[in-house]
Design a protein around this ligand. Structure first.
Ligand code: SF4
Ligand code: SF4
Length: 241
């Protein structure tokens, strides 16, 4: 996004709408968008009702590399790889039909970045490289998979690394017996990445109706909040477990 400074009257109406503080004011009367920080989320254009139509979204935001920002940051944009809006993934919400996470596995989602702070793809790459070294491959129906250049090392495509997004989700599954190992690695990564992330564990109830990952979280001193993200009855499972 940029501001056509010939049209802008510096009313500043758009400034508070930017979730990452990319709309800058230069006293006394210049308002502009910091292109490095803009995530192309489109919020200013949709919400600020610019009185002089000075906010401009150029076509290049839908082309690489800028499209990385757009597709991971604008909830109205549809990822061209997965054809899903938002962050481009159904996460595990459709697991009852897609069986992404099978019995005996734990699904792990690392939600990198949030409004205000965001994240760069270089930070996302740090996490994916560490996971690759542990033999982890990303969920293939996640748009980040399309940005991975080398699955063996976890490096991203060079043109994507400098892009900044509001947030994106790294998703994968591991055998349940590897959970401690992965949680240890993710804890170490928390010290290394220059952004915030939320950690989601996706699991099924065991035969007794218990959530099997809870004892491991308690043993490791990790605070947890049980939650449900399920759409029961969407249809017949596509795959046998
Ligand atoms: S709302 Fe429009 S006119 Fe007002 S500061 Fe923003 S771009 Fe300029
Ligand atoms: S497109 Fe989003 S990130 Fe960029 S200036 Fe507008 S509100 Fe801020």
């Amino acid at each position: 996004m940029y501001i056509n400074e010939d049209l802008c009257i510096a009313c500043r109406s758009c400034v508070p709408y930017c979730p990452v503080g990319a709309i800058r004011v230069e006293e006394p009367d210049r308002v502009y968008i910091d292109q490095e920080h803009c995530t192309e989320c489109g919020t200013c254009l949709r919400m600020a009702r610019c009185p002089s139509d000075a906010l401009v979204e150029p076509a290049e935001v839908y082309q690489e590399p800028r499209s990385v920002r757009k597709f991971f940051s604008d909830p109205m944009a549809t990822h061209k790889e997965t054809l899903l809006p938002g962050r481009g993934t159904e996460e595990v919400k459709t697991n009852d039909v897609t069986a992404r996470v099978k019995r005996g596995q734990v699904g792990i989602a690392i939600e990198m970045g949030r409004p205000v702070l965001g994240t760069t793809m270089a930070e996302v790459e740090k996490v994916i490289k560490r996971l690759a070294a542990l033999g982890i491959r990303l969920e293939k129906n996640n748009p980040l998979s399309y940005l991975v250049d080398d699955p063996e090392t976890g490096t991203l495509k060079p043109w994507a690394k400098k892009e900044r997004v509001i947030s994106c989700i790294i998703e994968f599954s591991v055998p349940a017996e590897r959970l401690r190992e992965l949680l240890t690695a993710i804890r170490e990564l928390a010290e290394e990445v220059d952004t915030v992330f939320s950690l989601d564990l996706i699991t099924r109830f065991d035969e007794e109706g218990n959530i099997p990952v809870i004892p491991i979280l308690e043993e490791m001193g990790i605070h947890y909040r049980p939650n449900a993200k399920i759409n029961l009855g969407l249809g017949r499972p596509l795959r046998e477990e």
